[in-house]
Every structure is written in C-alpha cells, then in structure tokens.
Design a protein around this ligand. Sequence first.
Ligand SMILES: C[S@@+](CC[C@H](N)C(=O)[O-])C[C@H]1O[C@@H](n2cnc3c(N)ncnc32)[C@H](O)[C@@H]1O
Length: 443
Amino acid sequence: MPDDTIEARIPASCPSSISEILRHAWHHDLASLKPLLSVPGRASVQDPTTGETPLHAAIRSCGARTVDGNKKSAEKSAAPVDLEAAKAVVHQLFLSGAIWNDVDSNNETPGCVAARLAQDELYNLCVGAGMRAELLFGLLDGYEVLESDVEDEDEDEDEDEDEDEGEGEGESAEAAAAENQQDAPEDVILESDPDRAFSPPQAEGTVTSAAYLRANLTYSDGKLVDDEKNGVMMAWETSIMRSSVDALLPGLPAGKRILNIGFGMGIIDTMFRETEPSRHHIIEAHPEVLKHVESSPECTFGKDWEASGPSEGAYKIYAGKWQEVIPKLLEQGELYDAIYFDTFGEDYSQLRMFFTEYVLALLDEGGIFSFFNGLGADRKVCYDVYTKVVEMHLTDAGLDIEWNELEVDMKGLDEEGKGEWQGVKRRYWTLDKYRLPIITLMG
Ligand SMILES: C[S@@+](CC[C@H](N)C(=O)[O-])C[C@H]1O[C@@H](n2cnc3c(N)ncnc32)[C@H](O)[C@@H]1O
C-alpha cells in the first residue's frame, strides 16, 4: 500500500516553486492556488522524485472514503475532508491544463489514486477529463497510447525503435528523476514535457501493425505469441469469445451471415462455425496465421472447410488486411447479420475507421456488431475513459451501443509473468470486469 502522507509525497527536496503549488492543491486552497496556475504547465508540475502532481495531491489528501463520509486515512484524527473544496480544485486544475493520466512513482494516475481511495466523484472528474482529452487527440488525429497493442504509425517505426533504445532501457525512474532534479534549478517550474520522469503511461512492449505483420508467430500452450513474446491471442479469452458469440447471435440460430476480422487461434470462428451459418467470412492478414490455417493438422479451417459451404464462396478466409479486403466485400454486395472485429497491433483509429466507414454498409437491418474491447485494459481509469470515447464516436457514426458487463475470472491473470502470463511479455489485461459491446444500427 503506498504511503499517502504529505511528508512522503511532497518531500523536503521538492523545489519550492513546485512544492508551493502541490501544497495548495493538497490543502484544497483554491484562492492561493488559482493565481499560480495562470502560467502554462503549472497545473501539471511534478515533484521530481515522487512524481506527485497537483491532481494527485488534491485527490490523495482526501484519504479513503469511508461509509460515514470522507476522512483522511493517513490522519485519522483530522477533520473530515471538504469534498466540495477538493472537487473545485480538481476542476480548476483540469481547466488550467492538468494532464489527466500522468503517473507518479507508484505508477498511479490521479484517477488510479481516486479509485484506490474509493473517491468516486473525484474519479468521475478524472474520467470526464480523460474523455475530453482523448476526443481532442482524436480530432487532432493523434490518439494517445492507452491500450495494450498500440504504438505510432508505420513510417515512424524505425525512428521510434531507435529513440526507444536511446532512452536507456533499464534506467530506473528514480535515477532519471534524480538526474532531472540535478538539472533543474531550484526555483524553475518544471513544465509538462514528454521527457519528464513520470509521464502518461506508454504501453511498453507494444508493436506497430507493420512490425507485427512481419514477425514470426508461435502457436503453443493455449496462446499465440510473436517473436517478441507479445501475446496476440490467449486461451483465457475463450469465455469472452463465448459471450461475444452469444451476444452477436442471440439464441444461436442457424443460417446467419457472419463476418469475423482476425482469425488468431480460431476460437471465435470455431464457435461461429458450430451455429451452421449460411455465410462465414474471415479476414486474416498475417502470413503465418494463414500458413497455420492451410497446413496445421490442428486447424480445421482450410480448403475442406471452405468447400463445405452451402454455396461457392459462402465459407471463406480472405487473406490480407481488412483495410484492403473490405472494399472488395462491399463491391460484392455482402451483407452480414453478425460482425466481429478483433485485430492485433492496430491502434484505436483503425477500429474507429472500421465502425465509422464500414459497419453501416456491411451490417444488415437487425444485425449486430461487436469488437474485442481491450481498449485501455491495462488500467481501470483508461478502460472507463475509452468506454466513453467509443460511445461518443459510435453515436457520431449512427450506431447504438449497449454494454454487457462480464466477470473475468482473474485466477492466473493477476500477476505479471506468472500463470497465464508466463512466457508473455506484457500483462495486457488487468481488470476483473469485461465490457462487451453490443452495437446495432441506430433505430
Ligand atoms: C487477437 S487475434 C484474433 C483472435 C480471435 N478472435 C480468436 O478467437 O482466436 C488478432 C488477429 O488479427 C489479425 N490481424 C491483425 N491485423 C489485421 C488486419 N489489419 N487485417 C486482418 N487481420 C489482422 C492477426 O494476425 C491475428 O490473427
């Protein structure tokens, strides 16, 4: 459990100009804080060693919410916290440009602190601010990396790899912070910049689409991994695939027209096939997945399956990226009752493009669309922010959404590198609830 005391979070070593802001935020002293925030960047200053920002301070000082109200957990004898004052400070910080997802030295964003302390109202302010920031990034065409399998666009890839290497992997956050501190003159405000010691979480060990599609893949032990040990698909997701099929095809009727994007381990396609569809189209881009489909004795989606369809082309795996295949399906006049989207190595802009530009044209009346909802799944606040972002974008695209919340059995999933994550570079799922999207044409 992190030490949430003011002494631990705003240490004596904190430069005085930063400490002044952090302390006013901590004590919810809006009158003293507000004039200091008029300079850009000040709402996001950070203590160089603890990474405390004014948002962290304003939320943390509220302590854990108890049934009888807000009491500081670290200072049990203190008076109950004035939550309205805390909200006013958080609100002002966001207005003044505070960054919603900076992490501190405990790898917590302000929203993570609010969630841990059960400060729901403050948590919701963080989610709202995150949503607005992400919508703005979307408008500027530069989504921030919040989720498991995303990075920059292809062209920047090599450059990025070099940059990553240049940043000295293995250098501890404390060492970087100490260096920062040495460089920072005592009274200079540290403005928000991407090189600071504790910045918004970047998904480590992520891949770009182009790099992923060139990588070697291995199917083994209930998982599909690339040569960097990124988990492309894992058997623990089977229950999510099951619930997705049940939601896409209520009552599992035969004779439906199905489109699935991303074959992976074929888990969802096996379930789709069991419903005896009248059309079952799959799009898959990775050459090694396609090779597995063609030649692995364990895979039963090869030529024989294609030939078993009720008519020519009714059962088919289309080789290629969906971005290239979908226009052909549209030209063919294909319409579907159920569409599922679950790719790897692509960022949210691709999913958004898919549902904005194609779902309306591909989904027949009464049809249902769903996707694997791993957006921001490595921390609850990011998951909640993306839930809201997706809702806004779907509505904008003329689609209705309902969420079906499922329990995720976290046995074997709760520790990095252990259980299900053994042999997988990064634990891309951390949440005990999965929000399954059920999307239909707006009525
Ligand atoms: C997470 S897996 C899908 C798992 C699948 N739902 C299952 O039940 O096994 C993602 C798949 O999408 C494929 N893929 C990635 N990018 C793609 C793209 N642009 N077009 C088509 N397939 C893509 C990957 O090669 C991989 O096979």
